[in-house]
Write a protein that binds this ligand. Structure first.
Ligand code: ADP
Length: 679
C-alpha cells in the first residue's frame, strides 16, 4: 500500500518559499496538517502528471483514493466536459495548466465516481514553480458546485412553469407590495410587470372587497394557506373578474414568513359554462314537465295557460301571451287566450298584435319574429292605431313571437313574449319555444279531437235514448194485441204462429229494453226500487221461466235449504239472472246442463252460474263487462254486447261484485255477491 498522503512540497521547496521563520521540518508538517484538514479539495501532480498529493476532501469528492505516482492528472474515475462529452486526460485543465504554464481560473468539469454518481466542479489548476521559475509540477483546487447547479436548474424549471402558466402568479410582501408578476397575471389583469412591481396589491382589489386583504394577510402571518377562495378582482380596464384565489406564505431560510405568493385563476369562463349548464338543465326539466303535462291534458285552455306560463319562465320574459288565430263575431282575427306575468287588464284595451307589420308574419306565414330592440325596427311606429308601444302597455324593447302551426300547416295562433331590456331573447330561447310550440300544436289538435269525440258521443247517447224510447211504445202495443189474438185464436196452426211471433217480439223487447237501460245509465237516471226478498225464491222463478222458454238445457240448482234475504230491486235482479242464465245456455251450444250454485257467509250471498260451453280467454275475460264487447267466438251467436255491462252496473249499484272464472273451451262460471240483509 502506498502512503495516502505524500509530502506536498519537498523540504528544499519550502525552504526556498519564504516560510523561513519556521524550520523546514516544521513547515512541511504544518502544511501537511493545514492542507489535509481543509474542507477544500486540493491535490498536486508532478511534471509528468502523476499525482503526488491529495487531501481528504479531494478523495471524498472523487469517491476514491488515487494511487500517488500511478494515477495521472485527476483522481476521479472519469472526467467530462460540462456538456457530457468525455474529456481526454492529457487535455484536462490540470494538464493544460502545466503545458501552457498558465493558471486556469475556474473551469467547469463534471466527474464521475466509481459508484456512477456525478459531481460538478470548478477547477483552479496552477503551475508550481521553483525559485528559478522552473515548473516542477501543478496543483489544483476543486470547488464542488453540484448543489448550486441543481438549484439553478430547479430555479430555471420553476421560472419556466411560472412564466408559462395561464394563472396569475404573484408574490407580495407582508405589507402587500407586489414583488413578482408573471405573464399570466399580465394576461388576466392587463398590467405589465413594470407597471405593478413595487405597487400595492390593493390596485387589484375592488373597493368593496378591500377588507379581504387584511384577513388574507393575517391568515398568511399565522402561517395558514388560503385555498380556492372565490372572489372578484379588478383588471386595469376597470372590469371585475371572478377569480379563484390560493395564497400561501413565503418563508426565508430560517422559516420566517416574509411574504405571500398568490395564484389567481380567472374563472369567468368556468362560471359562464356552469351557468349555461345550469340553465340548460333547468330548461330541460321545464320542457320535460311541459311535454308530460300537455300530453296528459285534454282541455285546450289549460294547455295554453300552462305553456304560456312555462315559456315565459324559460325565456325570462317580463310577460308572455298566447293569441288565438280565429275570426270572432266582430271580425277580429285573433283572441287573447292566455297571459302570464301581467294582468289581463294590461292587454285588454290594446288591439291585437297580428295586425301590426312586425307580428303579421308570425300569424300568416308562420315565421318566428325575434327582435332585439323594437325601437330600432324599421317597421316600428308605422302601425295604427298605437304606432309605438301604446301608453299603459307594459314597457317592451325585446320581442319574441312564435307561431303554433297545426299539422295541416294552418297557423293556430302565436306565443308572444316581451321584455323591457334590449336583446333579452337568444337563439336558444327561440329554439326552445319553437319546440314547445310544435308539441303544443299537437296537444291542441288532440284536445280538439277529444272535444269532437265527446260531442259525438253525447249525441249518440241522446239518439239511443230517444230511439229506444220511441221503439218501446209500438212494441208494447204489438205485444198487447198479439196476446189478445193468442187468446182468441182457436186454430192450432194460427196459435203456433202467434206464439212464435210473440217470442220474437219478446226478444226485440228485451234488446230495446237493454238499449233503454244503457241510455239511462249514461245519463244517470237508472232508478232502483228495492224490496226485501229471498234470493232462492228469485232463482226458483227464473228456473220456472226457463223451463218454458228453453228446451235444450237442464238447469240444476242445489238449494241451500235456508232463506237468504237481500234488499234489492227484484226486477233488476231478475234481469241479472236472466242475462247470466241465457248467456250460459247461448254460449254452450254443445252442452245441455247449466248449474246454479248459491253460497253464503254471515254477511254475503254468492250466486254462481256455471256452464260447460265455449269459455273465455284471459284477454276476453278482462273485456266482457264493457259496453258492446263481444268475443270473436261469439260472432255466430246473436247479441249486442250489452247484457254483461248492464248486469255489472246493476250488481254494483246494489253494492255487490261480479266476476268470471273461465278458460277457453272449458266452460265458464259467472258469480256475483250481494250483501245479505241483516236480521
Ligand atoms: P251478448 O251476449 O249480447 O253478446 P253480453 O254482454 O251478455 O252480450 O256478453 C258479452 C260477451 O261475453 C258475449 O258476446 C260473449 O262473447 C261473452 N260471454 C258472455 N257470457 C258468456 C258465457 N257464459 N260463455 C262464454 N262467453 C260468454
Amino acid at each position: 500500500m502506498r502512503e495516502t498522503l505524500s509530502p506536498l512540497f519537498s523540504e528544499e521547496q519550502i525552504g526556498e518559499s519564504g516560510m523561513d521563520r519556521l524550520q523546514p521540518g516544521e513547515t512541511n508538517h504544518w502544511f501537511k496538517e493545514l492542507v489535509n484538514d481543509s474542507p477544500v479539495a486540493i491535490y498536486s501532480c508532478d511534471k509528468q502528471g502523476y499525482i503526488t498529493f491529495f487531501n481528504q476532501a479531494a478523495a471524498t469528492l472523487w469517491g476514491r483514493q488515487p494511487d500517488c505516482g500511478e494515477d495521472r492528472w485527476c483522481g476521479s474515475w472519469k472526467i467530462y466536459y460540462p456538456n457530457g462529452t468525455p474529456m481526454i486526460l492529457d487535455k484536462c485543465p490540470m494538464a493544460r495548466a502545466l503545458i501552457e504554464n498558465m493558471p486556469d481560473e475556474g473551469e467547469e468539469v463534471t466527474i464521475e465516481r466509481p459508484d456512477h454518481t456525478f459531481r460538478n466542479l470548478l477547477v483552479f489548476p496552477r503551475p508550481l514553480l521553483d525559485n528559478r521559475n522552473v515548473i516542477v509540477g501543478v496543483h489544483n483546487t476543486l470547488v464542488d458546485i453540484t448543489e448550486q447547479k441543481k438549484g439553478e436548474e430547479k430555479q430555471a424549471i420553476l421560472s419556466a412553469i411560472v412564466e408559462s402558466s395561464d394563472d396569475a402568479i404573484i408574490s407580495k410582501t407582508l405589507e402587500g407590495i407586489i414583488t413578482s408578476w408573471n405573464a399570466g397575471a399580465q394576461k388576466i389583469f392587463g398590467y405589465t410587470e413594470e407597471e405593478v412591481l413595487g405597487k400595492s396589491i390593493l390596485i387589484l382589489i375592488p373597493n368593496a372587497l378591500r377588507t379581504e386583504e387584511n384577513s388574507i394577510i393575517s391568515d398568511i402571518k399565522a402561517g395558514k394557506k388560503v385555498d380556492h377562495f372565490h372572489t372578484m378582482r379588478l383588471a386595469k380596464s376597470g372590469k371585475q373578474i371572478p377569480i379563484s384565489l390560493t395564497v400561501s406564505p413565503i418563508k426565508d431560510r430560517q422559516g420566517r414568513i416574509i411574504g405571500a405568493s398568490k395564484i389567481a385563476r380567472d374563472i369567468s369562463e368556468r362560471l359562464d359554462t356552469e351557468y349555461t349548464i345550469e340553465q340548460s338543465a333547468q330548461r330541460l326539466g321545464i320542457l320535460n314537465a311541459i311535454g308530460k303535462t300537455i300530453s296528459e291534458k285534454l282541455d285546450g285552455q289549460s294547455i295554453l295557460q300552462l305553456v304560456t306560463d312555462a315559456t315565459t319562465r324559460i325565456t325570462g320574459a317580463d310577460f308572455g301571451a298566447f293569441f288565438y288565430n280565429t275570426v270572432d263575431e266582430h271580425g277580429d282575427a285573433c283572441m287573447l287566450l292566455a297571459l302570464s306575468g301581467a294582468p289581463l287588464e294590461a292587454f285588454e284595451k290594446f288591439g291585437i298584435p297580428q295586425n301590426t307589420s312586425v307580428f303579421f308574419p308570425a300569424f300568416s306565414s308562420g315565421g318566428v319574429a325575434r327582435i332585439d330592440d323594437i325601437r330600432k325596427d324599421p317597421r316600428y311606429g308605422k302601425n295604427a292605431p298605437h304606432y309605438w308601444v301604446p301608453k299603459g302597455h307594459p314597457p317592451v324593447v325585446s320581442y319574441l313571437a312564435v307561431p303554433l302551426i297545426a299539422s295541416s300547416g294552418a297557423v293556430i295562433g302565436g306565443l308572444f313574449f316581451g321584455h323591457p331590456g334590449p336583446a333579452m331573447f337568444t337563439a336558444e330561447h327561440e329554439d326552445t319555444v319553437v319546440s314547445v310550440a310544435s308539441q303544443t300544436a299537437v296537444a291542441l289538435e288532440n284536445a280538439k279531437l277529444f272535444d269532437e269525440v265527446k260531442t259525438l258521443s253525447a249525441k249518440k247517447d241522446g239518439f239511443i235514448a230517444l230511439a229506444s224510447h220511441e221503439l218501446k211504445t209500438p212494441l208494447t202495443t204489438i205485444k198487447g194485441y198479439l196476446q189478445i189474438l193468442e187468446k182468441k185464436e182457436t186454430e192450432t196452426a194460427g196459435k203456433l204462429f202467434i206464439e212464435r211471433t210473440l217470442t220474437q217480439v219478446n226478444k226485440l223487447n228485451s234488446l230495446v229494453s237493454d238499449l233503454f237501460d244503457i241510455s239511462k245509465i249514461e245519463i244517470g237516471t237508472l232508478q232502483l226500487y228495492c224490496e226485501t226478498f229471498d234470493v232462492r225464491e228469485l232463482i226458483f222463478e227464473i228456473i220456472e221461466t226457463f223451463h218454458y222458454l228453453n228446451r235444450t238445457h237442464q238447469i240444476i240448482f242445489r238449494d241451500p235449504g235456508r232463506a237468504l234475504f237481500i234488499e234489492a230491486d227484484k226486477q233488476r235482479m231478475e234481469q241479472v239472472m236472466i242475462n247470466l242464465v241465457s248467456n250460459a245456455i247461448k254460449y254452450s251450444p254443445g252442452a245441455n246442463i247449466v248449474r246454479i250454485i248459491v253460497e253464503h257467509t254471515d254477511t254475503t250471498v254468492t250466486v254462481k252460474i256455471k256452464d260447460e260451453g265455449i269459455g273465455l280467454s284471459p284477454i276476453q275475460k278482462k273485456k266482457i263487462f264493457t259496453r258492446f264487447y263481444r268475443a270473436e267466438e261469439a260472432s255466430d251467436i246473436a247479441g249486442l254486447g250489452l247484457g254483461l255491462y248492464l248486469t255489472k252496473e246493476i250488481i254494483e249499484r246494489h253494492h255487490g261484485t261480479i266476476d268470471v272464472s273461465s278458460e277457453l273451451g272449458e266452460g265458464s262460471e259467472f258469480f256475483f255477491s250481494l250483501p245479505l240483509k241483516s236480521t
